[in-house]
Write a protein that binds this ligand. Sequence first.
Ligand SMILES: [Zn+2]
Length: 209
Amino acid sequence: MRIKTSLEKGLNLFFPNRCVICGEHIGLSQLVCESCYEKLLSKGPAVTVERHKSYDLHYYSYYEGELKELILSYKKGRWRVYKILSELFSRLFEYFQPYPVITYVPSTSVSIEYRGFDHMKLIARDLSKRYGMMLRSSLIPVKNERQIGKSKRDREKLFGKYEARCTAFEVTLIDDVYTTGATISDAVRALRESGVRNISVYVLAKSKR
Ligand SMILES: [Zn+2]
């Protein structure tokens, strides 16, 4: 147990801090309660690799329970949650051997405006520091000027959601949730078109289908 200072006790009385997952009262410097944290750690990492045609997929756990709540709170703007999510990625990285160049699926400008940060970039930057990896912002959401007069679906069909600029041969690509694989496929295709040969994808959660 941590010993709380009287200042902390006072602040907690007026500005109670709550676990972003279950809502339990927690210390000011904490993000999640100990019980939720233990549950998160016990759920992963999944030690299987899914081999897809043009990439390998690694995931920490399934998109449910505490992990789902944590990811949702992060995407709603609780930016400090990146520390825990980065910790979960690092458990995956320690099990597998990621390529030394790391990139991420970028947020759209609308999402960045809403959240105030590019959520996967924040995690990628933290991981690059922890592991001495080279961080590259290689993927760029396709710009609007090419898309005038077409529906979103048509645009994505014609151009894909991303363009890529990357000079590495091998890349570690991270994202938060893997649902149908459409986003990752698009990102992988763009990276391959720019010359990347091998792509290892790491995500926090995979949807059960
Ligand atoms: Zn909790």
